[in-house]
Design a binder for this molecule. Structure first.
Ligand code: NPW
Ligand code: K
Length: 530
């Protein structure tokens, strides 16, 4: 009874289109309306895929308990039960005494021809132990928080850490559009459902990648159920990446790391790789900007200049020698420096001090140069309001900074509700990007990156908790600036930056300090073939 080791390590895994539940339903409906495939066939494929994933990970048949809910997720459960029984597993199936839709009704009938269905009650659940429990209670159709008997069942499953849990599409109760559990606080809880394996269909949904989703889904397997033809090309598809699911090459869109190829095509002169300027704070506060500058160099900017006030230049006399230094005392000095059009990206914020960041913001924005606004620059922005940024700005707040600039959106993000879907990090990032006119990267283990035109990337990296270390955000700013300097579009620079940042942390492993990150980048870039 062992699950295979989680897949980690390879950088080429995981970029895939992410579907909202509404879009998933639309694609399923289009497939069925075409007459090429029936709902029952899709359900057979879905259930077979779950059973196949179980048999791969638990090759010796044992005792399985399958919990079937009132809708099509329950229908999948009856199919899983049939396949496992055929493979020699001993099955107990608990189901509801309702009349589901025709496809689930058919699967229930097919199961009933070979096995019993006991009522889906807490009492039945507790009766006999099982090695494996298949949660097919709710999937994408969850509209409200579970109540009564089903809520009690889910709470029991959440507390029972002895039985391995396999979730069909998602752990029941999870809102697949946000990654929160409906009706529950947005934070982690001790009795939340924690699956060892989740098998989802066609594409990941936002809830698999955000908030509680990654921890509660466990290993995520995306099963192909033959819907590719109907996954119509969206104008601005959501793209997500996560280290714990693998996507075939054919499903990997040309985003993220592919953008590096474009940047590399520029040629060999140092100016063709761009010139990044990292503005630094006063004497004694230069560490954050030095981290960012080193990261910008390692990310491939041809030149990087560090710009502290002149009185603080002495603080930056150490390595790296590749770094240039230039005193930037005030707004006028910055405006004069930015008259040099070869400066192709700027970082403002890390270790800068809010007052200095506020003073430098005006000439920086006036120059309309690609820039990363982080840390103290985000705080400075909170005082003046987020409007008036331009599309080449990348704003990189963590949750607390986000709340300072967009308090109303942060408040909505913290809300819970008995009805779904929750207001999600996607909604918040999109609204903030549209309001500010900049690309917004909302930091976290579930980083969400939104462009003002609505394009969106999700970078989910719950496997590198050691990345939450002092200075890691400064390094991320530097990487993004390095990529902006090389000519990547803001959305690509931010998304690729998030990917490189997490990959560097993954390659280093626990014990990481922010200083280690930039120097991991060459190996990470080599792995990517960049
Ligand atoms: N469509 C397809 O072709 C395919 C779909 N597939 C599978 O179908 C799943 C989606 O199926 P689904 O839409 O039937 O929704 P599902 O998650 O089973 O739950 C809805 C049911 O629960 C009910 N309900 C909701 N909330 C409730 C609550 N709090 N407490 C109590 N009841 C509640 C709701 O009732 P209602 O809201 O209508 O009152 C309805 O009866 C998807 O995740 C995947 O597994 C695959 O087979 C591939 C092909
Ligand atoms: K489920």
């Amino acid at each position: 009874m062992r699950q295979s080791a989680q897949k980690t390590g390879s950088l080429r895994m995981g970029w895939a289109e992410v579907l909202t539940t509404a879009r998933m339903r639309a694609i399923e409906a289009a497939a069925m309306a075409s007459g090429a495939v029936s709902g029952a066939e899709l359900m057979e494929r879905a259930g077979a895929a779950v059973a196949g994933a179980i048999r791969l990970r638990w090759p010796r048949p044992g005792r399985a308990l399958v919990l079937c809910g009132p809708g099509n997720n329950g229908g999948d459960g009856y199919v899983v039960a049939r396949h496992l029984a055929q493979a020699g597993w001993r099955l107990r199936v608990l189901g509801m005494d309702n009349t589901p839709g025709p496809d689930a009704a058919l699967m229930k009938q097919r199961w009933a021809a070979i096995g019993a269905i006991a009522p889906l009650t807490l009492d039945q659940l507790r009766r006999k132990p099982a090695d494996l429990c298949v949660d097919a209670i709710f999937g994408t159709g969850l509209t409200r928080a579970p109540k009564g008997e089903i809520a009690a069942i889910l709470a029991h499953l959440g507390q029972d850490r002895a039985t391995e849990l396999v979730a069909v599409d998602c752990p029941s109760g999870l809102c697949l559009d946000s990654g929160g559990f409906l009706g529950r606080p947005r934070e982690a809880a001790t009795d939340e459902l924690r699956a060892r394996l989740t098998v989802a269909f066609d594409s990941p949904k936002p809830g698999h990648l955000l908030e509680r989703g990654p921890d509660c889904c466990g290993e995520l397997v995306i099963a192909d159920i033959g819907l590719r033809r109907w996954r119509e090309a969206a104008v601005a598809p959501m793209i997500g990446v996560a280290p714990s699911f693998d996507i075939p090459d054919s499903r990997r869109p040309a985003h993220g790391t592919a953008a590096l190829d474009k940047a590399r095509a520029g040629g060999g002169h140092k100016f063709t790789h761009g010139h990044a300027l990292v503005l630094a704070g006063g004497f004694g506060h230069g560490g954050a900007a030095r981290l960012a500058a080193r990261a910008a160099l390692r990310a491939g900017a041809g030149l990087v200049t560090l710009g502290p006030p002149r009185a603080a230049l002495i603080e930056h006399s150490g390595p790296p020698d590749a770094l240039m230094r230039r005193g930037v005392d005030d707004a006028d000095a910055l405006a004069a420096l930015l008259a040099d059009a070869r400066i192709s990206a700027v970082v403002l914020g890390p270790g800068c001090g809010v007052e200095r960041a506020a003073a430098l913001l005006d000439p920086l924005l006036a120059a309309e140069r690609p820039c990363v606004l982080d840390a103290d620059a985000v705080t400075a922005l909170a005082a003046r309001g987020p409007g008036g940024l331009h599309p080449a700005c990348v704003l990189t707040p963590h949750q607390g900074e986000f709340a300072r600039v967009f308090p109303d959106l942060a408040a909505k993000l913290a809300e819970t509700s008995p009805h779904g879907p929750f207001y999600s990090r996607i909604d918040a990032a999109r609204e903030a990007a549209a309001r500010s006119g900049a690309t917004l990267l909302l930091k976290g283990p579930d980083t969400v990156i939104a462009a003002p035109d609505g394009q969106l990337r999700i970078h989910s990296a719950f496997d590198v908790p050691w990345l939450a270390t002092a200075g890691a955000g400064d390094v991320l700013s530097g990487i993004i600036a390095g990529l902006l300097a090389r000519g990547l579009a803001p959305l690509d620079a931010a998304a690729t930056g998030a990917l490189l940042h997490a990959a560097a942390a993954r390659r280093f492993g626990p014990g990481l300090i922010a200083d280690d990150l930039p120097d991991m980048l060459p190996a990470v870039l080599r792995d990517l073939g960049a």
